[in-house]
Structure formats: C-alpha cells, structure tokens
Write a protein that binds this ligand. Structure first.
Ligand code: F6R
Length: 593
C-alpha cells in the first residue's frame, strides 16, 4: 500500500525518472500522486489527486539529480491534493514521502504545534518533515536529523526524505518495505522503492533494507546503518532474476488478463521445486506438533484449499486460519509447531504479524511466497518460491495457482508420492495451456456479456472447490463490483437459498471426485428455485443451463476450476466499463493492519 520511489545519482533527469518509476508502482495505490525534486537548488513539489499513469513524465524534465515520488492509498485523511505526498517542513526545505501508519502522530503533532509548527494536511505523514526540521535545530547533518525524527515514530513506516541543502537521499524503514536498486556504470546512482518493478528498467542489483535500518546515498555510494544505535551495517548485493519484460503489460490491454494467460507457463514453473527441499519440508510438517496454514484474501483461500489437499492426499490434519485472526490462536503454538504462511507479495502486514506471534512462541515458519527477498521470504525459517514472476494486477491470479500447485506438491510429498504429485501438476499445466485458447476465452467473454447486469451472483463448491467458490466471489466482487457470494454447497439450505429468485445466476464448481454427486444435488436444489446454473466441470451434467468445460485434473481440480472464473471476472469488469487493474478502494500489497 502506497508506492515510494526515490533516485539520486549522476543522471540529470531525476524528475522524469521517478515519475516513470512510480507508474510501475501504481498497483500499490492510485488515489493520488506526488513528487519532489530540486531543479534550481530549491525543492519543488508537484502533487494531485488521480492516477500517476495519467501524468506526463516529460513535464518533470528540468535538470536535477535527486527526486522522490509517491503514489497514495489513503489511510489518514481523505483523497485530496493537500493530503497527497510529499509533505514539507514549515521552511519548505525538507520533503518526505511515507508508507505506513504513524500510530503516535496525535501527541507528536500536538507537541510540534506548541513549538509553532503549522500543518496543512490531515495526514499522519506531515509530522515527519516537521520532526526532522526540529532535529535540524541541533545538527546540520540531515541524515542524523532524519534518524532522530524516525526514532520518535511508533508504528510501521517506510520514509524517504530530501533536503534543499543536501545532495543525499535518506531512507528509513520499520515494517513497510524499502528496497535499494544500485545502478552501476556510466550513469551510476541509487534508487529506493517500495517494490522491485519500480527500478527494474534500470537495475537488477538490489539491497534490502531491514526493519530498524536506514540508508543514506549521495549517488556515488550508499551507507547503511541501524536507526537506534547509528552503527554501520553491511549489506549484500543480490542479483534478482525478474526481467523488465516480465513486468511489462506487452500487447495485453490489462495486467490482469496478461497474468491470467501467463498461467499457461507459471503453474509448471511453480512445480519446478528442488526435490530434496520439498522432502525436507514434508518431514518438518510430518514431525510438527500442530501445523497451521495462514494467509489473507486470495492467498488465504489457497491455504484453505491446502487444508483439503493435506487431508485428502496425505491424511494429515492442518489448521487454516486467516492471518488477521491468527493472533488469537497463540495458545496452541509451541516450539514444535509449524506455521505455513502463504503470500504473493511477502509484505502483507497481517501475515507478518502472524509470523511474529509464531516466533514469539518459538514455532518455526515456512513461507510460500512469490516475491524473492520480501520481508516474509527473508524472515521465515524455511521458504519456497512459487516462481510466478511479477504480479502487477491488484487481483491475484497466477500467484494463486502457483500457491495451490506448491501446496499440493507438498501434500503429495507428505504422502510419500512426490513423483505422482509432480506428474499430476505437470499434466495440469499442459491442460491449462490447451484450455486458455482464444475460442475458450471468447466464450467466457460472451458469458460475461450475458451476466453483466445481474444483481447477484452465487458460487458454490464442495471439498477443495469450496475455497475456490469463496475465491471466485472475491475475484468477481473486486474487479466488477457485482455482488457475488461463495458458499459451501451444503450450507445453502441453511439460509442463503432464500436469496435465489427466477434467473439468479449460480456458478457450480465440480470435479470428478467423491463429492461430485453432493454438489450436483445442491445445484438441483438451486435450479428448483429458479436459479440459472452455470457448471464449471469436466463433464456436462443435466442440471447445467450453461457449461464451462475444464479438464479432469484430480487433486489439481481447484487450479483448473478457478481459471475460467478469473477470465469471467475480467470480462465482467471490462463489460461493465471498470478497469480491472485498479479496483476502487483497493491496492496490492496490504502493508497496514
Ligand atoms: C485478491 C488479492 C488479495 C491478496 C491478499 C494477500 O485478488 O490479491 O486478497 O491475496 O491481500 O496478499 P499477499 O498474497 O500479497 O499476502
């Protein structure tokens, strides 16, 4: 949530560079944007409500070599130009962008007011440049003043600051991500950003800032230190494998469609895991006393499906808990417990909190993540990458199927059938490639056209298709704003069936499995009340009014069943005139609790 991008170096087009880079972070927040640079030695701030993608980066071409920028997802204060970042000190010499929440901003603001500071916005962020300004009364060293200021902050933050009289960019982190990109060669310099895609065009050499650390760069070198003690820190440079092409939209109209289509390859990449490592992890799960699966939203639905994978494939009981609820389970955690956290971004605040709770009890954490080097990836005891490549659309698609594939592979390994698991999944990956052909996609587009004006849409599933019914509802809601709800098929007659009217569309997720007849019976109950039944299944059944064919994928059925729903959601959004890449009120990577 909120995207930050800063640059310092030998290039003279820092303003254009940060605005361009910020466009690659728009998925982190898009209610307003802002930037600060120093074209003539003093700080100039430009900010506005609306999307950074609508801004012309050439308009910031005045020569300068230091700039910061921000795209906002509002927490404190409404969506106004005034509340957009950067924020300035009273003398206008210090500019700050910030991601996170300053929990003690109330008392800090009151104290600053008594010292004569005036505030123009309703944000928590605005206190930061004023705190730095206060610190600068005691030191001429800008970095030292930033250190003094951020030490006073409670809560989670990523802060990047610049000063009129300093050529240095100063970044500090506690809880919200900040990554340094080192540009080598003739145009030497440093980028600092909330996520890697911001600077992927310029460099793949990264250094991760950890919690409680800060970085200071004048463009020729960079110094890392501990915020609390000031002690210097050394950081490894890491070469990341993502390419700039992977992060581009290419010929697709939206990232969401691009990423759905990428599942032709990404599921196979997820299966490509080190055998020995999977077996070691399976052993850790086998020996654990209490295994928990924890994630948020779509990643949470992958965990819930894995609950069934572990039970059906491996006969192993695990406990799924949404990450935001996990802290209440601390009583069950022991040093012998294992907590499996699942996250695309590797930065979700509730998941990080769950990890903190697990660690406080001495439990071990296995992270299944997409973003290499993310906080969750770095802080876990064991890790598995799903290899989906950058996921830019807010709605998670290829990351989900990658998570499902990796979790199913673990379940097979747990059952002593790793080879079988690999075979099932690789066959599924090949089937997905066949399934996502232009004719199939066109049929789903037509179905979306037909459904686009419906008031309600219900999705039912049983067994491992139940979490996919919940996930289907998330996908439809978040991009098309159609009211969609997912249910376990058997639960309908306990209340929700009262909502079914003549023609109400109901999607039924089915497979060739032991619960097939049950879910078809549930579909029949709905049909008897007038529902229009859309079956997603390997075979056409009599109860279906419309049929979306999917391969028979055994335990990988949830993977193939969710893909047509992703496509349908996409076209529902487009046919209703919504931008599926930027759903209202949302942002990718939820870094606030
Ligand atoms: C929905 C969606 C979210 C995320 C959730 C967790 O399409 O993307 O529900 O799944 O915010 O995010 P990660 O996986 O980054 O922890």
């Amino acid at each position: 949530m909120c995207g930050i991008f800063g640059y310092v170096g030998s290039r003279r087009d820092a303003g254009t560079l940060v605005v361009e880079g910020l466009k690659n972070l728009e998925y982190r927040g898009y209610d307003s944007w802002g930037m600060a640079y120093k074209p003539n030695g003093s700080i100039v701030v430009r900010k506005d409500i609306g999307k950074i993608s609508d801004v012309r980066s050439e308009d910031f071409g005045a020569p300068c070599s230091l700039a910061i920028a921000h795209t906002r997802w509002a927490t404190h204060g409404g969506v106004t130009q005034c509340n957009a970042h950067p924020h300035l000190s009273c003398d206008g010499k210090i500019a700050v962008v910030h991601n996170g929440i300053v929990e003690n901003y109330g008392p800090l603001r009151d104290a600053l007011k008594t010292k004569g500071h005036t505030f123009l916005s309703q944000t928590d962020t605005e206190i930061i440049p004023h705190l730095i300004e206060e610190e600068m009364k005691n030191t001429a060293d800008f970095a030292a003043a930033v250190r003094g200021a951020v030490r006073k902050l409670d809560g989670r933050f990523a802060v990047v600051a610049m000063h009129t009289d300093s050529q240095s960019l100063v970044a500090a982190r506690n809880g919200s991500p900040l990554i340094i990109g080192a540009i080598k060669g003739a145009t030497q310099g440093y980028c600092v950003a909330s996520d890697i895609p911001a600077f992927l065009e310029h460099t793949r050499t990264v250094q991760y800032l950890d919690d409680g650390e800060m970085a200071v760069s004048d463009g020729r070198g960079i110094l890392f230190s501990d915020i609390a003690t000031g002690a210097e820190r050394t950081k490894r440079e890491i070469e990341i494998t993502w390419s700039p092409e992977q992060a581009r939209k290419g010929d697709f109209e939206h990232y969401m469609l691009k990423e759905i289509m990428e599942q032709k390859e990404s599921v196979a990449r997820a299966v490509n895991q080190n055998e020995e490592q999977i077996l070691t992890l399976a052993k850790a799960i086998q020996e654990a006393r209490g295994t928990f699966l924890v994630g948020c939203g779509t990643a949470g639905k992958a965990c819930m499906a894995a609950d069934y994978f572990f039970s059906v494939v491996a006969g192993k009981h695990v406990n799924y808990t949404p990450a935001s609820e996990f802290k209440l389970y601390h009583r069950f955690l022991k040093p012998e417990s294992l907590v499996i956290v699942v996250s695309q971004s590797g930065e979700t605040a509730d998941v990080l909190e769950a990890m903190r709770v697990a660690k406080s009890k001495g439990s071990k954490v296995l992270a299944v993540v997409n973003v290499e080097g993310s906080t969750i990836h770095r802080d876990a005891d064991y890790t598995l990458l799903i290899n989906a490549g950058p996921e830019r659309a807010v709605a998670s698609t290829k990351a989900l199927t990658g998570q499902l594939a990796v979790l199913l592979l673990i379940a097979y390994a747990l059952a002593g059938k790793l080879r079988d698991g690999r075979t099932v999944l690789l066959e599924t990956a090949a089937e997905i490639n066949d399934m996502l052909n232009p004719r199939y996609v066109e049929r789903l587009k037509k179905l979306a056209e037909k459904l686009k004006d419906c008031r309600d849409l219900f999705i039912i599933g049983k067994g491992w298709n139940y979490p996919m019914a919940l996930e289907s509802a998330i996908k439809i809601q978040e991009v098309s704003y159609v009211h969609a709800e997912g249910f376990a098929g058997g639960e309908l007659k306990h209340g929700p069936i009262a909502l079914i009217e003549q023609g109400t569309p109901c999607i039924v997720l089915a497979g060739e499995d032991e619960v097939q007849q049950d879910i078809l019976n549930n579909a029949t109950e709905l049909k008897a009340r007038g529902a229009f039944i859309i079956g997603v299944a390997p075979r056409k059944h009599e109860v279906f009014d419309a049929w979306i064919k999917v391969p028979d994928a055994a335990a990988a059925q949830p993977i193939v069943n969710i893909i047509p729903i992703q496509v349908l959601s996409y076209f529902l959004a487009v046919s209703r005139g919504k931008n599926p890449d930027m759903p209202r009120n949302l942002a990718k990577s939820v870094t606030v609790k």
